[in-house]
Ligand binder design. Structure first.
Ligand SMILES: NC(=O)C1=CN([C@@H]2O[C@H](COP(=O)(O)OP(=O)(O)OC[C@H]3O[C@@H](n4cnc5c(N)ncnc54)[C@H](OP(=O)(O)O)[C@@H]3O)[C@@H](O)[C@H]2O)[C@H](O)CC1
Ligand SMILES: [K+]
Length: 505
């Protein structure tokens, strides 16, 4: 699914009006009608409805919702904020219609002292500002947003299109923003919903289709995308009935050190469950028995070093591997860094780089420029910061992520609630599968195994990244559904991978 900017959404709006064709008033009726239907499905007329409207088209939506719900027997109070002397033409039109049909129950708000006393049971609809927010809210309007937020423990707050104060494509950090429980947003996710710094604002997001013109949506390129099941169906390749284990590649996993062999075992198991044909694990001497006993399907190469792997580059180009994954639990020894450098000099094909291998790249930054083009880097926010530096906000971090992916010609993901995957062509994909139960030790090692397994099966690096992150999150969701977010562990993500392949694609 494409994620359009506020400017593109305005274009989509205008394109629909011109090409469907439909009047802007009717498009607003359609959008607000969807909201009213959702609200009526979720709240009975026993709930007094307080709708806060701005003077733009978001406020216009609020006025239509007020009229529709009044018509269906709800007790509606419409509060119009006088933040501007001018209202949009559609707002004016909708206000006249509402005044004619239901002249009572319309109030103006010009200061915080006008904020109404809310009866118990009331619901709050936030239709103050939508995608037209052009600057941070200040003064008494900010005061109204704070007063709305003060109600959030007593009354449900439902935002229309966007929580007011939130900017669709810019950072809103430190700005006053409505903290909604639910956001009913039109047609597309907005970039702002996907950024961790905005976690307190949108609540549960429901995307309501409002029939924006399909030609605009297919023809208009977007920089940001949200991964979805359809996308995974186009990526996934069912297995060939005449296959043998050579068909699905031979992966090498360089993982584990003294005290961290668990990371290697988890990664190896996930790699096998991702469907790889053959797996070899390169481990230090202390890890060979552990690996061989824990995972009989994996072959082992034992390093010359007792506790750390420092000689894994040897013979790499002639070994016939289809993919290499490196990082889980390898530690940051200078010998490991040296071997990584020689490995990258010799290999020069996309590989998966995670955990301590990423930390080695931040300790020896020149190594970053030796990473083979098309490789997959999987940092969590702290590793990302160590690699590329701090940023002022999440939008700046997203820009930096994308810039580095283009500059280094790598696929770099940034782990989070919506993991962002930046591609060498500048596109960024957000992934929505997964849950907070996956914030547990070993979860990242599992992802490295999955990605390495998919890469070995000759999925393209982009396909491996998108599908691997999706399956990892989906398996995590299945594990959480069965065991709870608290009790699930990284091993449970691996156990659920089979059902993720079956049900998640
Ligand atoms: N595109 C669609 O899919 C449809 C969207 N609809 C709804 O329309 C809004 C967007 O409406 P728009 O009129 O463009 O913008 P807003 O209503 O969000 O905001 C404009 C008003 O807000 C004022 N404003 C902006 N920033 C501030 C601020 N910081 N402080 C105070 N006031 C602010 C602005 O005033 P100006 O002084 O800047 O002119 C405007 O008064 C979209 O979100 C949907 O809800 C359609 O209904 C259907 C299709
Ligand atoms: K709003």
């Amino acid at each position: 699914m494409k994620i359009f900017s506020a400017a593109q959404i305005r274009e989509a709006d205008a394109f629909t009006i011109a090409h469907e064709p439909i009047s802007s008033t009717h498009l607003m009726e359609r959008a607000a009608g969807q909201c009213a239907a959702w609200l009526e499905d979720h709240y009975s007329p026993s709930h007094p409805v307080y709708i806060f409207c701005g003077k733009g088209n978001n406020g216009g939506d609020g006025l239509v919702i007020a009229r529709l719900m009044l018509g269906h027997g709800y007790d509606v109070h419409t509060c119009i904020l006088q933040h501007s002397s001018k209202a949009s033409p559609d707002h004016e039109h909708q206000l006249r219609t509402l005044q004619q049909l239901h002249p009572t129950g319309i109030y103006t708000i010009g200061d915080v002292s006008d904020f109404p006393e809310l009866p118990p049971n009331a619901i709050i609809i936030d239709a103050i500002f939508g995608t037209g927010m052009s600057r941070p809210v200040d003064g008494w309007v900010a005061g109204i947003i704070h007063l709305i937020n003060d109600q959030r423990h007593k009354h449900p707050i439902i935002a229309i299109d966007m929580p007011s104060g939130l900017m669709a494509d810019e950072s809103s950090v430190h700005n006053p923003v409505v903290q909604a429980h639910t956001t009913l947003s039109f047609e597309f996710y907005k970039l702002a919903f996907l950024l961790p710094e905005n976690a307190p604002y949108a609540g549960d997001v429901h995307i309501l289709p409002i029939g924006l013109h399909p030609d605009y949506i297919t023809q208009t390129p977007a920089r940001y995308h949200l991964s979805d099941r359809e996308m995974m169906r186009t990526i996934y390749r069912p297995r060939d009935p005449f296959a043998h284990k050579g068909t699905y590649g031979h992966a090498l996993l360089i993982a584990g050190s003294y005290g961290k062999m668990g990371a290697a075992v988890l990664s190896a198991r996930a790699c096998l469950r991702a469907g790889v044909g053959l797996l070899t694990c390169h481990v230090p001497q202390c890890g060979t028995q552990i690996m061989q006993i824990s995972e009989p399907a994996a072959m082992c190469i034992t390093d010359e070093d007792a506790h750390y792997s420092t000689h894994f580059h040897k013979g790499i180009s002639s070994a016939g591997y289809k993919a290499i994954g490196i990082g889980p639990g390898i530690d940051k020894q200078p010998g490991t860094a040296k071997s990584l450098e020689m490995l990258m000099d010799a290999w020069q094909r996309p590989m998966v780089i995670d955990a301590d291998a990423l930390n080695l790249l931040s300790v020896y930054p020149y190594l970053l420029y030796k990473v083979p083009k098309g490789s997959l880097l999987t940092p969590h926010p702290k590793e990302f910061e160590r690699l590329f530096g701090k940023t002022a906000n999440d939008i700046a971090r997203l820009e930096l992520l994308s810039k580095k992916a283009v500059e280094l010609q790598l696929y770099i993901l940034l782990k989070g609630r919506y993991t962002a995957i930046a591609c060498p062509d500048g596109a960024v994909y957000f992934n929505h599968t997964g849950n907070p139960g996956m914030a547990t030790g070993g979860s990242g090692d599992v992802l490295t195994g999955i990605l390495t397994g998919l890469l070995a099966q000759e999925y393209t690096p982009k396909a491996a990244m998108l599908l691997g992150v999706w399956l990892h999150g989906y398996a995590g969701d299945l594990a959480a559904a069965q065991l709870s977010q608290e009790a699930m562990t990284a091993s449970d993500i691996i156990s659920s991978l089979g059902n993720a392949f079956r049900e998640g694609i």
